[in-house]
Design a protein around this ligand. Structure first.
Ligand code: SF4
Ligand code: SF4
Length: 386
């Protein structure tokens, strides 16, 4: 896994901003980035810069579902002024990237600024090392960028508690592969949060800028209420930015699954004491009555039987080759959710608990774990090749 260089303290900058007036937004953004060295500290002339906003679904900017177009405009301008070749892309949860970008006002900004629009379409499998998830599928455009600017909207999230810097990088997973990854991580939110953390660490955005001018409370990320927060946040480490964002809206770390998982796995920048804050004081921006999301499970309302079917049909899973397996127990002791056991001289996998991380396949010294693709996944791959 590509862990970013970790300085002892991460700096997070905060800036008050009450409206999306374009002049004020640009001025506030410049002020926000000043303590971090300005945009020039992140973007060098000639570099390929990818801006990754939140383009969840095709809603107008006032609904606060997507990153506001004026924030996008200001970020594009600063990145272009720094000499970057700027493109913008995402893979929405619902709808085509063009339609979503058009309805959210972002495509107009992209066209007006001569930025390149890159709807994420081509997906490639990467093999991060050092973490739990040994296979992840991400958009080729994300891997092609020299610099990623992560541009989330601060919103509640009914499954993860909050969507901000870490969760926004899940948009790098293309289209229908998103629900597949949800299914892959199983019913355990902690494993899904861990996958989000590992994905974000692997993609390592250079700069995260949060649109928290108008955020979302209640039933986010798509159906909550817009709420005035009145702030921009920025930092080079998404985890650090999320720690400040969590504090800003008055949530506890245990209410945000990625935060909780980061703390439990000993990741840095989960405590305010580990951070250097610059700009407007956090205390002066903090919200008192932010309404958290009603939490739901990871089943998307599907009944257990259907979810079980879809999970098996849409994901790949490890399958032991009993002729090759020497019953050495290595995979059993390293399986993160303890879904493996040896019973009656046979290796068994409990697929209801298997999170499809493929750690077992990676470490088996005898190559005894094969990959079996579900029927719908095989069909999907077949149709893609045609
Ligand atoms: S690590 Fe390989 S050989 Fe050992 S028990 Fe697991 S599958 Fe069998
Ligand atoms: S059985 Fe293999 S793929 Fe499944 S959770 Fe365990 S280690 Fe991961």
């Amino acid at each position: 896994m590509k862990f970013p260089l970790i300085p002892e303290h991460a700096r997070v900058s905060l800036q008050r901003l009450k409206t999306y007036n374009s002049t004020e937004t640009l001025a506030a953004l410049e002020k926000l980035l000043e303590p971090l060295g300005g945009m020039g500290a992140f973007v060098k002339p000639g570099q390929k810069v990818l801006i990754k906003p939140n383009l969840l679904s095709g809603k107008s900017p006032e609904k606060a579902v997507t990153t506001h177009p004026e924030i996008v405009r200001a970020v594009i301008q600063l990145a272009q002024d720094a000499g970057g070749e700027v493109s913008l892309g995402d893979s929405p949860g619902i709808g085509s990237p063009e339609n979503v970008a058009r309805k959210s006002g972002i495509l107009t900004v992209v066209e007006e600024t001569s930025c390149r629009f890159v709807p994420f379409e081509k997906s490639v499998t990467i093999h991060p090392t050092g973490g739990t998830f040994q296979q992840l599928e991400v958009a080729q455009d994300v891997l092609d960028a020299d610099v990623i600017i992560n541009l989330p909207k601060l919103k509640t999230h009914q499954m993860m508690g909050l969507t901000c810097g870490v969760k926004n990088m899940f948009g790098a997973v293309v289209g229908l592969r998103k629900p597949r990854l949800h299914l892959q991580a199983g019913t355990d939110k902690a494993f899904f949060a861990l996958m989000l953390l590992e994905l974000c660490e692997t993609l390592a955005p250079a700069l995260t800028i949060v649109d928290a001018v108008i955020g979302m409370e209640g039933e986010g990320p798509g159906s909550g209420e817009p709420v005035q927060i009145g702030a921009l946040l920025a930092g080079s480490h998404p985890q650090a930015v999320d720690t400040v964002a969590t504090e800003l809206v008055g949530l506890q770390p245990h209410q945000v699954y990625t935060q909780q998982q980061a703390i439990q796995t000993g990741r840095p920048y989960t405590q305010l004491q580990q951070l250097e804050l610059s700009g407007d004081p956090l205390e002066s921006l903090k919200m008192n009555n932010f309404r958290p999301a009603k939490m739901t499970d990871v089943n998307f309302g599907l009944n257990r039987g259907l979810k079980h079917y879809l999970r098996n049909a849409l994901t790949a899973r490890p399958e032991p080759d009993h002729k090759l397996c020497r019953l050495c127990n290595d995979c059993v002791t390293h399986c993160p959710p303890e879904a493996m056991k040896i019973k009656g001289n046979k290796l068994q996998i409990d697929y209801d608990h298997c999170i499809r991380c493929f750690c077992c396949q990676e470490l088996c010294p005898h190559g005894a774990l094969m990959t079996k693709q579900g029927i719908l996944l095989r069909l999907h791959n077949f149709l893609q090749k045609k």
